[in-house]
Design a protein around this ligand. Structure first.
Ligand code: ZN
Ligand code: ZN
Length: 447
């Protein structure tokens, strides 16, 4: 089976893998081809839906929504549409509430036309309405197309909430190829992030015996290679290149659904981006597209791993660092740089106990014992230079300066990456080794 052939993969259905875990794609159908929108009526009929609710915003309506509406209307299918305003929509209570207030409860299928935000809202509404859900993608900008969670702002905090995995993803190449270059660059940034996430998944398997699936890792690596090999083509909107990015985005969602956790698709690089997003919500400072930030986070993470490769673990140094580590002080730093966003991390620590000194001592022994194995995993990463060149080649930002994030916010984002999720990543390995502060000062100096 060609693992990047999404149709073949989805046709396989749910299965029990060699890794021992049952894998469910959640997504039923993905059509990524020229003219895919024309297949929508047939799919609606396949679900036996009598009236569809079309959700878009003014930008996505002109990009594809109008075509979707025409195709549905020509097929004689009843529909109600709601087109949100043109201003950048924040996925918050107001936006979700607005869609619900315009929603027509006689509809028995929801079709969103858009990418990140519109899909996040559509997934929530379809989940509550308990109806089949289709997303018509307008840009291959992030890997949330086939995920069952929505990234939202709730109570003024950026959080991820459970919603509904789309049943169908439509990626019409005529639409996707016309999407803004920056949104395709963002998709590539979200894809190269997988260099880090897969590497860290393997490292955590070695150190913590975490669940790991080779099949899922291979699925991601194959899709990633295809995106990188074709990357230059996005500049001229080459269909194969744009298709590879969209497929990569959808496959990433399937991979995460298979694993049941976000391990295969996000790691330290994503947490740089999360910190900047949280700071934007809290303090109103500049931020950029998810994948653009992840691209910079990926280069930063590769630089961290390049330096890790030159190390020899030092037991005494690590134990001394951890015995001097003052969590109460660290909490103050979290609050200073994240504001209210720090609360969730501080309460998570009570469950995670990642800074517990006894469990650290055990982990440290494993790290020292298995250092060669860890280095072999890191050796498989591409160089930060080559990835930086690739991003520059397609015109994507590679430094925080280009996205108006300060050096200070980069420095502290690196330190905070270890607190974002209960996930063993590069910055946690460095804390374990007693080297996190040195790395921060050397790789991400404030001045
Ligand atoms: Zn598996
Ligand atoms: Zn992502």
């Amino acid at each position: 089976m060609s693992e990047t052939n999404i149709t073949a993969l989805l046709a396989k259905g749910d299965f029990v893998c060699e890794c021992g875990k049952p894998h469910a794609a959640k997504l039923s159908k993905a059509i990524i081809e020229t003219g895919a929108i024309n297949k929508i009526p047939e799919i609606i009929n396949g679900y036996g839906a009598k009236k569809v609710f079309i959700l878009a915003d003014e930008n996505t309506y002109s990009a594809a929504g109008e075509t979707v509406e025409n195709v549905i209307s020509s097929a004689g299918i009843k529909y109600k549409k709601f087109v949100m305003g043109k201003a950048r929509i924040e996925p918050d209570e107001k936006a979700v509430g607005s869609v619900i207030l315009h929603y027509d409860a006689t509809c028995d299928m929801l079709i969103s036309v858009g990418s990140g935000v519109i899909n996040d809202i559509g997934k929530i509404v379809a989940n509550i309405a308990k109806i089949p859900y289709m997303i018509v993608g307008t840009a291959p900008s992030m890997d949330g197309y086939a995920s069952a969670t929505s990234s939202v702002i709730r109570d003024e905090l950026k959080v991820s909430v459970d919603s509904k995995c789309p049943d169908v993803v439509i990626g019409d190449l005529d639409v996707l190829c016309k999407s803004p270059l920056k949104m395709i660059q963002s998709g590539i940034g979200d894809m190269i992030a997988k260099y880090i996430s897969i590497c860290e998944w393997k490292i955590s398997k070695i150190i913590n015996g975490e669940y790991y699936c080779e099949r899922i890792a291979t699925l991601i690596n194959t899709a990633l290679k295809k995106v990188v090999d074709n990357a230059r083509g996005i500049v001229t909107r080459d269909k194969e290149a744009v298709k590879a990015v969209m497929e990569g985005m959808v496959l990433s969602g399937i991979a995460a659904n298979y694993a049941g956790v976000s391990r295969p698709v996000s790691g330290m690089e994503h947490y740089f981006s999360h910190v900047w997003d949280m700071r934007a919500v809290e303090f109103g400072v500049p931020f950029d597209f998810h994948g653009i930030q992840c691209g910079i986070g990926t280069i930063n993470s590769l630089r961290v791993y390049e330096k890790i490769k030159t190390l020899v673990p030092n037991r005494e140094k690590a134990l001394e660092f951890v015995s001097n580590f003052d969590y109460e002080e660290w909490k103050k730093t979290l609050i200073k740089y994240l504001g209210k966003g720090a609360d969730a991390m501080i309460s998570n620590e009570q469950k995670e106990r990642k800074y517990d000194k006894e469990s650290h001592a055990k982990r440290l022994e494993t790290i020292i014992q298995k250092w060669d194995e860890i280095i072999a995993v890191i050796d498989a990463l591409p160089s930060s230079e080559s990835v930086e060149m690739m991003l520059k080649d397609i015109g994507a930002p590679t430094t925080v300066e280009e996205i108006d994030v300060t050096r200070e916010a980069e420095h502290y984002a690196f330190l905070i990456t270890k607190d974002i999720r209960d996930k063993y990543i590069g910055s946690r390995l460095l804390w374990d080794l007693g080297l996190i502060d040195e790395f921060a000062d050397e790789l991400f100096p404030i001045k």
